[in-house]
Design a protein around this ligand. Structure first.
Ligand code: GLN
Ligand code: ZN
Length: 791
């Protein structure tokens, strides 16, 4: 077999770096462009972001050739691969789009259209990325749409990265070669979906396109080789899990054939295939070991250490040990990591290098910028920049022997002691309350009894109309919160200003004629951060932004201690909103699983215990709302599906404790109090039982982006309580037509029963403007009236 020998070894590295910019430069540039700004400004922002990132990573010590990952994705790595492969869905082709270079002006227009839709075309489906809070754009595989690899564009991108690296002030002599990163072909297909006639016969049919796709990758690799790339990172994260709709054996066979073909190319960069988000699996290591792939990466944050036997097929291949976790914000326990490296050194017959376990896109940039934190807690943190340092220090352990880590080991031990002794990490009252929880604390009255009590208490019409909670977060609202944060608006002024916003929101909902109103969430920057700021046990950061999807960024709170509620959080706002109307106003809380999922969570106790601590705090809030006269309370769990373990065997345990924890938070409610929950991000099939087990009186769901599939799944399941399958997708500015809403409501009512269906959008409206929000809701109210009249 002829293989292209790597021109140099794979140096210590990270698999990726945050792509939004330390001050969210790319988010801002994207939004400016989407708001009508010139594409040239976006291109300039992308280029300076790339230059700054290259420069910064070299400055942090990734100085060797191919040590710096060159992530060319502006929005999303999966969307980037779609565009590089020229995969433009039929409906976009029909609307005049064609395969183009992603970095060119037309490419950015195409990327924006695929991600956001246009007035004529619905966007790509957005779905969660493994068990993270990141979301990717699902590629669509259609029988009559071929791949059209943008090989020249990828080569040009590499040259552009290289030229930017040359401009770096830090470079002495030749600039280090960047290492292009790309989602691998097998993961690309597994993460995609079949669309069109083929999808109806079999979703798995998309995997038959692998050989053709590998041909497209071969073209990309050839062009990169010509442009001078020494290595390419081809990520195959799907190898860490087995819950896909393509059977594992087929995935493994796909890996063998794809990498055998790519390995056989003579004109190509060396191939580095990292497997993130869990254990690669011995079958995966064997398959990769049977090919000419030059380096394989394993995840030792989530994944298990492979045995010597499992590593045997990789003899001679470079092994990148992902000992620095990319999914958490805690400093790496270097003694433990060094011990893992030592063991791997004994077990692996070949070169060993150090990497992060995943791309660092899931953590913020730099913990050193967080100067407002309790210095002790701040000292426990490692964000992307600190993790780069840890990778290099651990690489020093491989080359420099026993002494290289001495200082770090001493820090580790001291840190562990301080953490154990910190008064907020161990709060006795929280622990004893949790120990006293009994099974009946997680159970409400019989559903039928509740239904009757609520029917009398609420008197709602059939197909009640409502929203999911948030209304447009206008510039005005953000200014109010910012002024309050800065101190230029005092507490009283702030409360008055927010009340005005609430009053405005309630008035608009009354004018629209909605049945169940909300206060609009103007006081919340974010549904998790808001609660974290009002509960003990969390810290929040000033600059800790991470990308959620598209241009959406979050600052996940850091849960470091025992959680409890010092005072009621939402009661005054809801009470105020309720005082303005005769219609019922829903109380609005974020559930324990979602608070966990969207925070960085302490790693020194089981997640289930942490979830229950949050649940007890929320339980008090539910009871206080109820005591204040609030008759409907919604506890959002949009992330229930998100935390679902990737390994099928681990799911039952997760679903048990997450459901129990939700029920602990809600079961303090009386029978007459109507408990709602809301879930989003589609793919509910695997969690329908759990959704049922939440025992909410009404469940609203995201359903429109995944083609309303959830409606039939719920009906097959025999779901017996209230249900609101969102009838339009709020993730795009498109206003749904009345007819289309009528169709969806009719379908839902027909399949699920008119007694149970609610009429609502599929998620909160905070990212929308008022104009499209009011237009859409007016259509919703009109469509509902039409369908009601048919009952
Ligand atoms: N109540 C929240 C809102 O309306 C729910 C958001 C979500 O599901 N992600 O914004
Ligand atoms: Zn939602």
């Amino acid at each position: 077999m002829t293989t292209a020998p790597p021109t140099h070894a794979l140096p210590p590295t990270v698999l990726g770096y945050p792509r939004i910019g330390p001050d969210r430069e790319i988010k801002k540039a994207l939004e400016a462009h989407w708001g009508g700004g010139d594409v040239a400004a976006l291109i300039e922002a992308i280029s300076s972001h790339r230059r700054r990132t290259l420069d910064h990573l070299v400055g942090l010590g990734l100085e060797e050739d191919s040590a710096v990952p060159a992530d060319g994705a502006v929005i999303d790595q999966v969307l980037d691969a779609s565009v590089l492969l020229g995969l433009v869905p039929r409906r976009f082709r029909d609307a005049g789009f064609a395969a183009v270079a992603p970095d060119a002006p037309e490419g950015l227009t195409l990327i924006s259209a695929l991600a956001r839709g246009t007035s004529e075309v619905e966007p790509l489906e957005l779905t969660k990325w493994f068990d993270t809070n990141y979301h990717y754009y699902v590629p669509e595989i259609e029988a009559d749409v071929a791949f059209a690899p943008q090989a020249t564009a990828l080569a040009d991108r590499f040259r552009a990265f290289r030229a930017l690296a040359e401009q770096s002030e830090r470079t002495v002599g030749a600039a280090p070669l960047p290492r292009p990163t790309l989602l691998g072909p097998v993961s690309f297909l597994v993460l995609a979906k079949s669309v069109g006639a083929a999808a109806e016969t079999s979703q798995a049919a998309r995997f038959d396109r692998l050989e053709e796709l590998v041909g497209a990758y071969a073209a990309l690799l050839g062009a990169l080789h010509e442009a001078g790339a020494a290595w390419i990172q081809l990520e195959e994260p799907v190898l860490s899990s087995d819950g896909w709709d393509i059977p594992r054996e087929q995935v493994i066979a796909g890996i063998s054939s794809a990498y055998e073909q790519l390995g056989r190319l003579t004109e190509r960069p060396a191939l580095f295939v990292p497997v993130s988000y869990g254990t690669a699996g011995d079958d995966a290591l064997a398959a990769l070991g049977g090919t000419a792939v030059e380096a394989v990466g394993i995840d030792l944050e989530r994944g298990a250490l492979p045995s010597a036997e499992a590593l045997r097929p990789l003899a001679g291949t470079t092994l990148a040990a992902g000992v620095v976790g990319g999914l958490n914000v805690w400093r790496t326990d270097v003694s433990r990591a060094a011990a893992l490296l030592d063991t791997l050194g004994e077990r692996h017959q070949g070169p060993l290098t150090v990497s992060s376990s995943t791309s660092l896109q899931h953590v913020p940039h730099d913990a050193a910028r967080e100067t407002q934190l309790d210095p002790q807690v701040a000292g426990w943190l490692a964000f992307a920049d600190q993790k780069v340092g840890e990778v290099l220090a651990l690489a020093g352990h491989l080359t420099g022997g026993a002494d290289a880590l001495e200082g770090l080991r001493a820090d580790d031990a001291a840190r562990r002691r301080l953490r154990e002794q910190h008064p907020q990490v161990h709060v006795e009252s929280v622990r004893s309350r949790l120990t006293a929880v009994e099974p009946q604390d997680r159970r409400r009255a019989e559903a039928e009894h509740r239904r009757a009590a609520q029917e009398t208490g609420l008197g709602l019409p059939p197909l009640p109309t409502t929203t999911i909670g948030s209304f447009p977060q206008t510039g005005e609202i953000r200014r109010i919160r910012a002024a309050h944060r800065r101190g230029s608006l005092d507490q009283q002024g702030y409360e008055e200003a927010i009340r005005e916003q609430i009053a405005d929101c309630v008035r608009r909902q009354e004018d629209l004629g909605l049945d169940v109103l909300v206060h609009g969430e103007a006081e919340r920057n974010d549904m998790v951060q808001y609660f974290a700021e009002n509960l003990e046990g969390f810290i929040t950061t000033a600059h800790g932004w991470v990308q959620s999807y598209g241009s959406r960024c979050l600052r996940p709170p850091i849960l470091f201690g025992d959680v409890h509620r010092p005072a009621p959080i939402t009661v005054d706002w809801i009470r105020y909103a309720a005082s303005l109307t005769k219609k019922p106003v829903k109380g609005m809380l974020t559930g324990p699983v979602t608070i966990l999922a969207w925070s960085f969570v302490r790693d020194d106790q089981p997640l289930a215990d942490t979830a229950d601590q949050i649940a007890l705090a929320l339980r008090d809030e539910v009871q206080d709302l109820q005591a204040a006269g609030v008759k409907i309370i919604q506890v959002d769990e949009p992330a229930l599906r998100e935390l679902l373990p990737l390994q099928v065997a681990e799911r039952p345990d997760y679903l048990r404790w997450s459901v129990e924890s939700f029920r602990l938070s809600t079961s303090g409610a009386n029978a007459a109090t109507q408990l709602h929950t809301h879930l989003c991000y589609s793919e509910f099939e695997t969690v329908i039982d759990a959704i049922d087990a939440l025992d909410a009186d009404v469940t609203t769901l995201e359903a429109s982006r995944s083609g309303f599939e959830v409606v039939s799944a719920l009906s097959e399941h025999g779901f017996s309580r209230g249900i609101g399958p969102g009838v339009w997708d709020i993730h795009s500015p498109r206003v749904p037509g009345v007819d289309e809403l009528i169709d969806r409501l009719r379908l839902a009512a027909e399949v699920l029963g008119t007694q149970r269906v609610w009429s609502n959008p599929d998620c909160g409206l905070k990212t929308r403007g008022w104009e499209e929000t009011e237009a859409s809701l007016r259509h919703l109210v009109n469509a509902t009236a039409v369908v009601r009249a048919e009952l």
